[in-house]
Design a protein around this ligand. Sequence first.
Ligand SMILES: *Cc1c(COP(=O)(O)O)cnc(C)c1O
Length: 431
Amino acid sequence: MLYNNLTIGENGHLFFAGLDTVALGKKYGTPLYLIDEEKIRENCRLYKSFMDKYFDGKARVLFASKSLSYKNIYEIVSSEGLYIDVVSGGELYTAYKAGFDTSKMYFHGNNKTDADIEDAIEKGIGYFVADNREELDSINRIAGEKKIKQQVLLRITPGIDPHTHKAVVTGSVDSKFGSAIETGQAMEIVKYTLALPNVELKGLHCHVGSQIFDSQPFVDASKIMCAFIKDILEETGYKTEFLNLGGGLGVRYTEADPVLDYDAVFSDIANTVKEAFADGKMEAPVLCFEPGRSIVANAGITLYTVGSFKSITGYKNYVSIDGGMPDNPRYALYQSKYTALIADRAGEEASLCVTVAGRCCESGDLIGEDMMLQRCSRGDTLAVLVTGAYNYSMASNYNRLPRPAIVNVYKGETKVVVKRESYEDLIRNDL
Ligand SMILES: *Cc1c(COP(=O)(O)O)cnc(C)c1O
């Protein structure tokens, strides 16, 4: 199957991280997110091995925690020695409450509020990745009030189209994120930052997009950013210490997805950066990478219970499940493709072409169309694979559906790390 944490047991059931998913669904109820801690650790170590191999161990790996955010996740990535990025006060608070070292956090986002900035500085945030002047002014003012000098990176748009879904392209000139090199605004904001008394410019950041399957967009971004760093040196004398190239490495959701050669990506980037600074005018900056999806996606699956099977003569087959867009909005948002199977009969041939539908009052509430499934009936467990990233973190309570629990699987043991929401939780803030 897609990843080595997915196997079929002797009873024909789908096993995940060594455990019978049908039994887990019965034990904890559905819908249910399962997280394979070993796989997350493996992914963290894989990234770290590339940092050792291509960057003398000096490059940093930041987990982009918008992809999956709850307390236990921060404990896991912290114990693997990763940095993190957060994009909101809420993510920051979650990581902080999990005991994550705030000096190893990067605060992202295109519109941090004064309250976000104040709170983050109070908690000792390591770095802001500042998006615009207004933010820089606010950081400068609040840092001044607190009598500190705040480290910042600047979000830069290198002007690259990584040929992925338009909703996840973030590095083109016409973007809500950052300042473009092409228009001269990036150089302006660098100079502006260098002149601020309570802000210390530590480096530059760019993020070209998500679900990228070849190294070219990363190489292009590296080239453009390195050239810009040298322009900055020339114009201002400032030597950029960190170059953060963002995340976006692609992950396989279906057998039809390509396999990304991660080794080639890092080797190509390393060569590009080395070449750019070969003239010895300055040392190459320390690189940072910010993977989200590729750390957690294949560490997660979602279990549902089948409610109905509806075959509309002359049209489609619908399988309805007890979850849907509130726990996984990615099909509704991006038409993202997933692999699903009937966990009770995972070893059987997937011969039915179905649309997997959620239970919300929306025709668009689907997990996928034209999915191949084993035969199924009410009460079967349906597993959707590779749901570790951007599922729980994007979940909502639409139709007043409680969010599912998350069960962590590690070394054959299970532990609830996020409780299932109750109806009482749903009305907790209703006055
Ligand atoms: C979303 C995001 C990431 C992570 O992207 P993935 O595709 O999940 O690896 C990294 N950096 C920034 C700034 C992001 O917005």
